[in-house]
Ligand binder design. Sequence first.
Ligand SMILES: *Cc1c(COP(=O)(O)O)cnc(C)c1O
Length: 354
Amino acid sequence: MKKHNFSAGPCILPQEVFAEASQAVLDFNNSGLSILEISHRSKDFVAVMEEARALALELLGLDNKGYTALFLQGGASLQFLMAAYNLLEHKGAYLDTGTWSSKAIKEAKKLGHVDVVASSKDKNYNYIPKNFSIPTDADFFHCTSNNTIFGTSIKEFAQTDIPVVCDMSSDIFSRQLDFSAFDLIYAGAQKNMGPAGATLVIVKDDILGKVSRDIPSMLDYKIHMSKDSMFNTPPVFAVYTSMLNLRWLKAKGGISAIEKENEDKASLIYSEIDINPLFEGFAAKEDRSFMNATFNLTDQSLKEKFDNMLKEGGINGLNGHRSVGGYRASMYNALPKQSVSVVVEIMDELERKA
Ligand SMILES: *Cc1c(COP(=O)(O)O)cnc(C)c1O
């Protein structure tokens, strides 16, 4: 039986995408060859790469606006370093909203000065700091749009004239933003875009070329751009499957259409968390993420019972991250509302039985 998959990443993708991708593993484009055995330089794969890059920009509304989309490797974790390598000359300004932001800060510190403009570490990252100021003499401002582990997300992005870098790993393509307010966006594919192995990087061309250091080729955005994201062998299957998923999203009506579904799913679970006395939310209400809802039982003695009910209901991946505990419902684009309803019914049932 297919499970209801709330895994935080790698995560659920549309069933149609799984079906199409598995067909291509056997026979890609009726070529008599598997997607796994063709050259990345073949005409058919170059077309896949180009379509994936174009779809990413189109869905974000960034086509013909001076941006380039790249599919790289090394995960979002390599971007923590790579962004700093390409942009940090004198000082980077960072907003610390959780584990992933702190990791980005740690990598940037290896290359230069880091100014942490605000942090929510004092409350185990259960909120998004507001009203901080960003130094105008910093080379760039770095933030994390959605904090996958803590279940918070930035609703209003800070205004600044310096370049803005954003780790959107866990909410890219999930909600409408003015993406042109960002100069560098990166996202590990495995949260909301595709399988693990590819990282989407969207870079505004004119922010590059301003640092004096000699950048190693594999870490140099300009080199990847000049080679159309094929400087070396790209993660062929991950790019292909991401492309299928971006096609799926476009056919659904793009980000504005999926955003409504995501809001619907999120409000379904958050209203249950708020109404059911057996549960409490972790994140500050105004900062709640629509992708990852974090919550806990108010009475830990019910844990075993609740966990068993989840298991019987075919729920997968609802355990919270170890740094928060409790539960986390990751509700990425492909998760059907029906799956959220099943969890909510189980939460209800626990209340009735307790
Ligand atoms: C998962 C995650 C990362 C790390 O991604 P990798 O691809 O595993 O390196 C970074 N940032 C955010 C917001 C994430 O959710």
